[in-house]
Write a protein of this length. Structure first.
Length: 322
């Protein structure tokens, strides 16, 4: 999630310190604010958040009373509040001064009752989100890395360091790409690997065809080259693939639309001719470039609905208007 400033709500004072420390260790400008801090210290942290010296503030409900910072674009409910009033107060910390904001809520299966109480009190269902995969995280990290390189090319000191690098490569006979990689390693602050290992592939899912006791169909996940940026919907995807590939609605499983691509469950035994026809298919003027991605995840979703059908919610989002 691209954000400007963020407040993360937890239930206890000890949790503010624990979560803040974990975020700091990953390179985020983060501080904890709780009831143990005096008023001058709280005001100082809020001023730092307002001025951009801090990007994340981990807070308890009591400590965040009256916290009003325009640049807060996201509120994360790391711990779900135990009453709807606290939830409304929390999400009111974003979307200030005529701006809009996002509120994210982490929910465990046993907290579904609290979630239902919040939805009833706010009269607003919270849309379920799918937690990012390792592929999503890595794509975001690579994009930020590329943006940082582009910005550094225009820095005033670029010419000085360029001469130093060229001198090093002449003296040590080291390729420029290896020197650039070494410099990137030197600037890394976050611990651990830059790219996450891929998620383990789930087993192939079998699901009965229409009718009780019928033959079981094996579904696989296929990737297509359109997503949210192209404003596609599950209905458009089903319609285009069905028309061009001669598929029936029962041939579709889950449809997971991501930022720049989508994952679609289709029969694993698609013929080569059908795959070629679907590869040439276009949606919103964009070629689909269909390719097999991986075996399908376990799902209870109805075919072609576009829902993920997970057994329990993992994250919820609501948009906070001004």
């Amino acid at each position: 999630e691209p954000f400007e400033a963020m407040i993360i709500f937890v239930r206890t004072k000890s949790a503010t310190e624990d979560v803040a420390e974990r975020l700091r260790s990953r390179g985020f400008a983060t501080e904890a604010i709780n009831g143990d801090l005096g008023q001058p210290q709280r005001e100082k942290l809020i001023a730092q958040l307002r001025d951009g010296a801090l990007d994340l503030l981990v807070a308890t409900d009591v400590a965040a009373r009256g916290l009003d910072v325009e640049r807060v674009t996201h509120v994360v409910n790391y711990d779900i509040p135990t009453d709807p009033e606290s939830y409304v107060h929390r999400i009111g910390r974003t979307g200030r001064a005529g701006r809009s904001g996002e509120a994210l809520l982490l929910v465990t299966p046993r907290e579904k009752g609290l979630l239902a109480a919040i939805e009833k009190a706010t009269r607003q269902p919270l849309a379920e989100m799918e937690l990012p995969t390792a592929e999503d995280v890595n794509a975001r990290r690579v994009a930020k890395f590329h943006d940082a390189i582009t910005a550094a090319l225009d820095a005033p000191a670029h010419a000085v360091f360029r001469d130093l690098v060229l001198g090093y490569t002449r003296e040590h006979d080291v390729p420029l790409a290896d020197i650039a990689a070494a410099l990137a390693v030197m600037t890394r602050q976050e611990p651990g690997e830059f790219l996450l290992p891929p998620d383990s592939a789930p087993p192939v899912r079998e699901r009965p065809a229409r009718g009780v006791g019928g033959p079981r169909r094996v579904y696989a996940v296929y990737r297509i080259g359109v997503g949210h940026r192209q404003r596609v919907t599950p209905g458009q995807i089903v319609g285009a693939l069905a028309n061009e590939g001669g598929l029936a609605r029962a041939d579709f499983g889950r449809i997971d639309i991501r930022a720049d691509y989508s994952l679609v469950e289709l029969p694993a035994d698609l013929t080569k001719a059908t795959q070629r026809a679907l590869t040439r298919t276009r949606i919103a003027g964009q070629p689909l470039n269909l390719r097999a991605e991986r075996p399908s995840r376990e799902s209870g979703a109805r075919p072609g609905t576009g829902r993920r059908g997970k057994p329990a919610p993992s994250a919820r989002r609501t948009r906070r208007p001004a």
